[in-house]
Ligand binder design. Structure first.
Ligand SMILES: [Zn+2]
Length: 153
């Protein structure tokens, strides 16, 4: 993920403007790089629960780019975020994070501690907690009412 966030930063860095909001003399490039890294890390750790990482990152850094370049910067962010998601999902399908560590079960044990066992690849849970991964296996109560008129035939 480090390589991916570097590649993203290198693509958008040329468009950074030094005339940013309020004339604050912050470390603009450092802030943009840190935002790229945080977003990529969060994709690696939590992609299933990270809605629209591209928009999230763009909102964080857009003030550092001139209005005329913002669409271009957004498209670059979207391209790199998409790539990071693909990489992360490819690893996740085999039960790993992009850094090569194993994905751990998301469940909490009866003692309220994280489960920590290795997941079944392609799911978020270990073999003992698979029932949490498949809520559709819990039979919904049958609804009887006007909508169930197919039975009437
Ligand atoms: Zn578990």
């Amino acid at each position: 993920m480090y390589a991916l966030s570097r590649a993203l930063y290198k693509d958008i860095a040329p468009y950074i403007t030094d005339e940013h909001v309020n004339g604050v003399s912050a470390d603009v490039r450092g802030n943009v790089l840190a935002s790229c890294e945080q977003t990529m890390e969060r994709i690696a750790d939590d992609w299933r629960y990270f809605n629209h990482p591209d928009r999230f990152l763009f909102e964080q850094v857009r003030a550092y780019f001139p209005i005329t370049e913002q669409l271009r910067v957004y498209n670059l962010i979207a391209k790199h975020v998409e790539r990071a998601l693909q990489v992360t999902k490819t690893y996740a399908a085999r039960g790993f994070k992009p850094d090569g560590t194993r994905l751990r079960c998301r469940a909490t044990t009866r003692r309220s501690t994280p489960c920590m066992r290795n997941i079944v690849p392609g799911t978020e849970y270990c073999p003992s907690h698979q029932h949490l991964a498949e809520p559709h296996f819990i039979e919904p109560k049958r609804v009887h009412g006007p909508a169930a008129h197919a039975d009437a035939a």
